[in-house]
Design a protein. Structure first.
Length: 345
């Protein structure tokens, strides 16, 4: 039987822990002039060498005879509900800034302007757009919609704020609520005053995932990209420091769509032409698009529909109008009250 071969593992080390200092005193110096490995590495090398020797002994004993040797323990499986490094990545954030960054329009709404109203349905719908697009995390980059690609920029986008806010200012746009009052579209905010740029975080509450209210669906912007996942209340780490807030501009909405609009031009539910102008972004665009799909006029959509008005919406409306026998300006793709009435009748 050949003697087992022990290969010296001697990585460079400048560790100054008590253990390393002790082994540097008692072990011979490496021929290469490098410091001995960390004791933990030496221990791992001993296990590998022992396993090699055991394997050699087993080959001599012959088939069917088990060789005694130390068992190597497998890594423990990840326990559900226990955060790992992948669960809680670092989430640094940028400062308050205009849309599209320093070169964008000035930060802050016009003087005297109130907060824009938005429904819970629209907040979650907007949050989902980044999840679908897997927007990469960045404290310096800005997505095509003008919002900074970090956790506070994500909430600013979902709430349709006129600026990119940060965890230190989001609370000024919201009211403190209790855990029992949480509804989809609210947020859980942790602003760490001791380390505001790298120690803070914020997530969007998407609804409870169990009857005991111990976990919820969280929409969050976190490395490597936007995600949606079940999260223990209030968060994986620093749980007691996450506080629930509700955007001051949130309005009531129906469970499956926007709140019913008052009659316009004598047509119930028609919100007016302003909701379908270029650049419009609202739940009525989504409602219109879904109805076009139901009626068989959704062939122009590659994504969506809604909530942002686009060429696919206009072409779908135009196709519906032409199916009514309309031509010229009556089939321009912009939904008027009669188009709305016929589409939803």
């Amino acid at each position: 039987m050949e003697a087992p071969v022990f290969e010296e593992i001697d990585p460079a080390s400048d560790c100054d822990c008590p253990g390393c200092r002790h082994w540097r005193r008692v072990l011979p110096h490496s021929p290469a002039g490098r410091a001995p490995a960390h004791p933990a590495a030496a221990h791992r090398a001993l296990i590998v060498a022992t396993a090699t020797a055991t394997a050699a002994a087993a080959s001599v004993l012959g088939a069917g005879q088990a060789a005694a040797g130390p068992a190597v323990a497998a890594h423990a499986a990840h326990r559900p509900g226990v955060a790992t490094d992948d669960d809680v990545p670092d989430t640094p954030q940028g400062p308050r800034a205009p849309l599209h960054g320093p070169a964008g329009r000035p930060a802050g709404p016009p003087a005297g302007a109130g907060l824009a109203a938005i429904t819970r349905t629209e907040i979650i719908s907007r949050a989902k757009t980044w999840v679908t697009a897997k927007v990469p995390y960045s404290v310096t980059a800005y997505w095509s919609d003008g919002y900074r690609q970090d956790c506070s920029g994500y909430v600013s986008m979902a709430w349709k704020l006129p600026t990119n806010e940060w965890t230190g200012s989001l609370g000024t746009f919201a009211d403190r609520i209790t855990k029992e009052q949480l509804q989809p579209g609210d947020i859980l905010l942790f602003h760490n005053a001791a380390d505001p740029q790298t120690g803070s975080h914020v997530v969007i509450f998407g609804g409870w995932t169990d009857d005991t209210h111990t976990s919820y669906t969280a929409y969050e912007q976190t490395p490597p990209h936007t995600r949606k996942q079940s999260t223990p209340y209030a968060y994986w780490s620093d749980s007691a420091k996450y506080l629930p807030y509700r955007y001051k501009g949130v309005t009531a909405s129906a469970a499956n769509g926007p709140a019913a609009a008052p009659a316009s031009h004598g047509v119930a539910g028609y919100p007016g032409r302003a909701m379908f102008r270029p650049g419009a972004d609202n739940p009525y665009v989504t409602r219109l698009g879904r109805r076009l799909v139901e009626k068989g006029f959704g062939a122009y959509y590659t994504t969506g529909p809604g909530p942002r008005w686009g060429e696919a919406d206009r072409r779908g409306v135009e196709a519906f109008q032409r199916a009514q026998g309309w031509r010229g300006g009556a089939a321009d793709g912009h939904p008027g009250p009669e188009t709305w009435r016929r589409l939803f009748s």
